[in-house]
Design a protein around this ligand. Structure first.
Ligand code: ADP
Ligand code: F6P
Length: 325
């Protein structure tokens, strides 16, 4: 509480940035102010909480950010916050600033931090913000749609040049070990092969043989999508060329997928989740994560959320297998 007896909440973004984080911050700030709360914007993730790097936000602090990628609050990976001392320091800062609750926008690592802080007496609400869509309890994470569309646009461009040269384009997409971006991009772009961690994969059977059998049906150009961290795509391109005779090139899409103007879907879900998070804090509820399940925004226990495993959409995997030949 502040001297005016208003509830004080903080908001931060943590881990990898994701398009739509600004829309979530904007919703948190405006809905909290509407409920007569004071809002502190904490900079650079948990670093800002440890160092007291924060300032009060008003309804105009979040003007003209709805359509911007990145995060206006900046973000960071803060190892110090993983330690007991770091967390105690953050709690101390929250007490000094009169912070009654926090909204943490980030991925599952950030939610571990939110849980730690909640257990130490600062109620925290997590909002899933990551392009990886790898948080099990929620159907959707803010940023996924924008990153997917960015990847699709880039792969479409690669297809133009691959087609012109009768080549194979091997494309690495992000995902932090999760294959959601890769699979969705493959369905949207017609990937002849899609290599993800979640399914058993054999390069000779699932890439080389597939390309060779497509050649037999008259296909001349190919897109092979690989989820990051599985294999060296340059090496894979050379192997494909050697085994199929199709000239191949590799492209790592990298951080391009993290930037750019958020899609309408990301802006809308981020706005809904931001308002929902403030509703929970207003009721004094913490240790929850806001999620989207069956097109509804609801909340979930953070610990349970962190113990769940998210598999790939089996139906989509099947569709990918059937039509991308
Ligand atoms: P993401 O939130 O996108 O999954 P990270 O896994 O890098 O990204 O986590 C972001 C930040 O969350 C870390 O830099 C750290 O500050 C905090 N964090 C991660 N794991 C823990 C943990 N076990 N305990 C406390 N804080 C954590
Ligand atoms: O979690 C988002 C993400 O972009 C992952 O897809 C990727 O593995 C990772 O972050 C990259 O992290 P950094 O920006 O630290 O290189």
């Amino acid at each position: 509480m502040n001297e005016k007896n208003q509830k004080v909440i903080g908001v931060l973004t943590s881990g990898g940035d994701a398009p739509g984080m600004n829309a979530a911050v904007r919703a948190v700030v405006r809905s909290a102010i509407k409920k007569n709360m004071q809002v502190m914007g904490v900079r650079r993730g948990y670093n800002g909480l440890i160092n007291g790097d924060m300032s009060e936000m008003n309804i105009r602090s979040v003007s003209n950010v709805l359509h911007r990628g990145g995060t206006m609050l900046l973000t960071a990976r803060c190892n110090e916050f993983k330690t007991e001392e770091g967390q105690n320091q953050a709690v101390e800062v929250c007490k000094q600033m009169g912070i009654d609750g926090m909204v943490i926008i980030g991925g599952d690592g950030s939610f571990m931090g939110a849980r730690a802080l909640s257990l130490k007496g600062i109620p925290c609400i997590g909002i899933p913000g990551t392009i990886d869509n790898d948080i099990a309890c929620t159907d959707y994470t803010i940023g996924f749609d924008t990153a997917l569309n960015t990847a699709v646009e880039a792969i479409d461009r690669l297809r133009d040049t691959s087609e012109s040269h009768d080549r194979c384009s091997v494309v690495e997409v992000m995902g932090h070990g999760a294959g959601h971006l890769a699979l969705y991009a493959s369905v949207a772009c017609g990937g002849t092969a899609c290599w993800v961690n979640e399914i058993g994969f054999d390069v000779d059977r699932d890439v080389i043989e597939k390309i060779n059998s497509s050649i037999r049906t008259g296909k001349h150009n190919f897109i092979v999508i690989v989820s990051e961290g599985i294999t060296d795509v340059h090496h894979l391109a050379r192997y494909i060329e050697e085994k199929t005779g199709v000239e191949s090139r590799a492209t790592v899409l990298g951080h391009i997928q993290r930037g750019g103007t958020p899609t309408a879907r990301d802006r809308i879900i981020a706005s809904q989740m931001g308002c929902y998070a403030v509703d929970l804090l207003e009721q004094g509820i913490g240790n929850r994560v806001v999620i989207q399940k069956n097109a509804k925004i609801i909340d979930y226990d953070i610990l349970e959320a962190l113990t769940m495993k998210k598999g790939l959409d089996r139906g989509l995997l099947e569709v990918n297998q059937i039509i991308n030949i």
